[in-house]
Structure formats: C-alpha cells, structure tokens
Design a protein around this ligand. Structure first.
Ligand code: NAD
Ligand code: TYD
Length: 339
C-alpha cells in the first residue's frame, strides 16, 4: 500500500502514522501537512528516523491542486486518508474563514485530484459534531440528519456532503468516518483534556464552560486510528461509519478525573461564560462499524486517561515547546538539514 496521509503532523494523524508503521511495516507512508499552528514536525521525529524510504514528509496545502496531483501520481498513491483540517471549535467561532477553506475546499480538492488521478480510495475523516446536539437520550446513527451548530462542524458537514456527492456522481470509492471526541498523546493543549492537564499541573484555575454538564463521548486516539484503518482496508465504498468510545461523560467529570490524576484540588474549577452554540450532548451508535468492520473500542476511559496523563507527564519538553512556540522551529531545522 502506498498511502497519502494528510494532516499527519497533527494529533490524530501523527498517532495514525505511528500505528500504521507498526502494523504495516511494508506500507509506504507519505504525509502532506501545511504545518499550521496545530502541525508539529517534532511529533514525527522518531518515525522519520526509523522508517527510511517507507516514510516521506511533504510540506504543503491540501488546497494546492498541482501539488496534490503530483504527489498522487509521482508516489503512485493507492489511497488517501484525509485528516487535514482546522479542528478547534473555539477558533472557528473567532474566525470561520480558514475552516471553510481547508475543511471544505481542501477536502473537495483531495476528492477531485484523487478522482482524476485514478487513486483507488479516499477515506475522509469526519466527526460526530456534524450531527448537531442531542437531548438527554438517544444516539447519533449514520442516518441521523446533519445539523451542525458551529462553523467548524458546518465546514466538516460540507465536506461530508461533497464526499457523498463524489461517490454518487462519479462512482468514486470514498469512505467517510465520523468519530467522537479523541484524547491521547500529542493532542494540542487547546482541547479540553490537555488544556486542563496543563492548567492543573501549574495550579491555575480550570475554565469549565457553562454548567459543565455538556456531555461528550470520549475515545482513546488509538481506537479511532484502528477504526480509520479498518475503514481503509475493509470499508464499503460509499459507506459512512460512526466510531465511538462508549464513554459518555459530562465535562465536569472529565475535569474532576484530571484533577484526581494530577493530585490537584477541585477548588481550581471555575465555571465561565458558555461557548456560543455549545452542543449539549453527543452520543455515538457504532453498530454498523461493529457489524461490517469488527470495530470496538478497546481502551476504557479510565485506562485511556491514565495513559494520556502518563504521556504528558513523561513529555514535559513536548508541552513546553508547544506552549512556547519553539515547536514551530522544527520546520526551519528540517529544511536546513535537507538543504
Ligand atoms: P489537529 O488540529 O491536531 O491537526 C490538523 C493537522 O492538519 C495539522 O497537522 C495541520 O497542520 C494540518 N492542516 C491544517 N490545514 C491544512 C491544509 N490546508 N493542508 C494540509 N495540512 C493542513 O486535528 P486532529 O484533532 O488531529 O483532527 C484530525 C481530523 O480528525 C480532523 O479532520 C478532525 O475534524 C477529525 N476529528 C477530530 C476529532 C478530535 O477529537 N480531535 C474527533 C473526530 C474527528
Ligand atoms: P473541545 O476539546 O474543544 O472539543 P469539542 O468542542 O470539539 O467537543 O471541548 C470539549 C468540551 O469541553 C466541550 O463541551 C467544550 C468544553 N470545554 C470547556 O468547558 N472548557 C474549555 O476550556 C474547553 C477548551 C472546552
């Protein structure tokens, strides 16, 4: 398999690349990443050092038609897994435009270039947030109508519809995955779990939006990566697969878990003004992925949180570099080493 992974320097993409390298040492992995604030070349240092000709990094934009076409043809790519995105809801509320550019136009460019190049399959990685918000009961199914509430989820839904249209119109082999909230190593500390870890370890206050009763379903990142791998290798063309962690939890419980694991006091919790359009509850039904792909989450929330906190504890330099902006310099040294 010659696989193009986009957004591989981000949180899930990096975990996915390590997992694919470990499980498929004969695959050739090409990583296309624009290195936005969320992309960290340092995440892949160990992979780059070890994988030799089985791994290549390309610095570029998924919106760049010429570049994507050249990569697909020159590397004779069999399949693309598109992780590249602007991914943070709060940033999308501040400025939606980059979300539309990368998440909609970039995704469309990937679909289009792959179609024209004859690439066998595109796996487009989406999110449960496209379904909108649930009340106290019920779950999201693949057939649940899309009702996104943030500019982020609206842009992801736009790409989902294009992926569907490319399959219906051109018969293109596209598989769509929608997953719940991920956590684990390499997650950028703007997202709930690493943000709260950083604040707790510094003894700073923890800002919980609204009443803290918003519910998310949490999945350890390795389980999501396994789901994407199954969609890639065994998914049905044109299918949509939900993935979840079977770990629904109100935000306040997540924050309390972090305080417990870091030995900090609940007095650090501060309820702050709510996020506009804040979805109340997400819950995933992943029976289809279980039946067709054999997908099941293997890591419980308790295990996953212990592993995650242990990883952040063992990697203070990673966190310090990310927080200081030092990680952005990896790109300069990467170019210098290759000049
Ligand atoms: P992330 O923000 O950590 O990483 C995104 C990566 O994409 C970065 O490396 C960034 O540099 C790169 N990128 C951004 N714009 C690009 C462009 N135009 N061209 C090339 N590269 C670009 O995101 P993540 O949390 O790893 O999420 C990856 C994917 O999974 C996204 O599509 C997201 O919507 C989806 N997803 C995330 C979650 C979650 O909980 N994090 C849950 C479900 C689905
Ligand atoms: P986040 O990690 O941003 O993921 P998403 O919005 O994609 O679900 O947020 C997870 C939940 O945590 C969400 O309900 C918003 C909440 N949250 C806070 O309460 N405080 C914070 O500082 C952040 C970043 C998120």
């Amino acid at each position: 398999m010659r696989l193009l992974v986009t957004g591989g320097c981000g949180f899930i993409g990096a975990n996915f690349l390590y997992a694919m390298r470990a499980r498929h040492p004969d695959w050739r992995l090409v990583n296309l990443d624009k290195l936005t604030y969320a992309g960290n070349l340092g995440n892949l240092r160990a992979l780059e050092a070890e994988a030799g000709a089985h791994y290549a990094f390309i610095h570029g934009d998924i919106c760049d038609r010429e570049l994507v076409t050249r990569l697909l043809t020159e590397h004779q790519i069999d399949a693309v897994v598109n992780f590249a995105a602007e991914s943070h809801v709060d940033r999308s509320i501040d400025d939606p435009a980059p979300f539309v550019v990368t998440n909609v136009l970039g995704a469309q460019n990937i679909l289009d270039c792959a179609r024209r190049a004859g690439t066998r399959r595109v796996v487009h990685v989406s999110t449960d947030e496209v379904y909108g918000s649930l009340g106290p009961t019920g779950q999201f199914y693949e057939s649940t109508p899309l009702a996104p509430n943030s500019p982020y989820s609206a842009s992801k839904a736009g790409a989902d519809l294009l992926a569907r249209a490319y399959h219906e119109t051109y018969g293109q082999d596209v598989v769509l995955t929608r997953c719940s909230n991920n956590y684990g190593p390499y997650q950028f500390p703007e997202k709930l779990i690493p943000l709260m870890y950083c604040k707790a370890t510094k003894g700073e206050t923890l800002p919980v939006y609204g009443d803290g009763a918003n519910v998310r379903d949490w999945i350890f990142v390795d389980d999501h990566c396994r789901g994407v791998e199954l969609a890639l290798t065994q998914g049905r063309a044109g299918a949509v697969y939900n993935f979840g962690g079977a770990a629904e939890m109100p935000n306040i419980e997540v924050v309390r878990t972090i305080l417990r694991l870091t030995g900090q006091d609940e007095g650090l919790i501060r309820f702050v003004i709510d996020r506009p359009g804040h979805d109340r509850r997400y819950a995933m039904n992943f029976d289809l992925a279980a039946a067709e792909l054999g997908f099941a989450p293997s890591v419980s929330f308790a295990q996953g949180m212990e592993r995650t906190i242990a990883w952040y504890r063992a990697n203070p330099d990673w966190l310090a570099e990310v927080q200081s902006g030092e990680y952005l310099k990896f790109m300069d040294s990467w170019y210098k080493e290759r000049a």
